[in-house]
Design a protein around this ligand. Structure first.
Ligand SMILES: [Zn+2]
Length: 193
């Protein structure tokens, strides 16, 4: 399983006076990677490498391109803001609804709990998987999982909180998420390759 570098390919840099170099490498398992190196000193100052994965029919490919450093910085600030908003959302939900959530399931059979959590099996996990998870950890831990920000819509559904502050906070964070995706897609259109 050895990686082998291909011959470096030289391409013109964004300012047009120098170059950047792409070195591909592949292994016996048909894995392929690229390393992009900016060789133009002035572009190296202005541009940074932006890497993203693109999923086409289940095949994930990694792409590279050059973006102005100011744009890269804006993207990473926006990503940090989203991360903070997600954490704050989980903390808010835990502080206000965790107890009610636990109380809601007290005295219910595991299968009935599973039916509520998954809307009769319409969502992950399947009943055998749920039983397995409960056996391997505990029901309490499995219920706690729903306070991860990604799982909060289930809490909203089960506790019927669609008119609550929690629900509107989830919508606000979703909006941040959509905006970040848009920024990324916009950035990719401005990219230099
Ligand atoms: Zn240049």
């Amino acid at each position: 399983m050895s990686w082998e570098d291909s011959a470096p390919i030289e391409r013109p840099c964004p300012c047009g006076t120098g170059q950047y170099v792409v070195i591909g490498r592949s292994d016996d398992w048909n894995r392929y990677e690229e390393r992009w190196e900016m060789h133009c000193p002035s572009c190296k100052e202005k541009y940074g490498l932006y890497t993203y994965d693109y999923n086409r029919k289940g095949m994930v490919s990694t792409y590279h391109c050059w973006l102005p450093r100011s744009l890269l910085k804006a993207l990473s600030v926006a990503a940090e803001e989203l991360e903070e908003a997600n954490k704050a959302l989980s903390a808010y939900a835990t502080a206000h609804f965790r107890e009610r959530w636990n109380t809601h399931f007290i005295g219910k059979a595991k299968k009935a709990i599973w039916r509520e959590l998954t809307e009769d099996g319409r969502h992950y996990p399947s009943l055998p998987t749920f039983y397995l998870h409960v056996r391997e950890s505990s029901l309490e831990l499995q219920l706690a999982r729903y306070f991860d920000y990604r799982e909060l819509p289930t809490v909203v559904r089960v506790l019927q909180l669609s008119a609550s502050e929690l629900h509107s906070r989830i919508e606000q964070v979703r909006e941040l998420e959509r905006m970040l995706e848009e920024k990324h897609s916009h950035a990719r259109h401005q990219a230099f390759v």
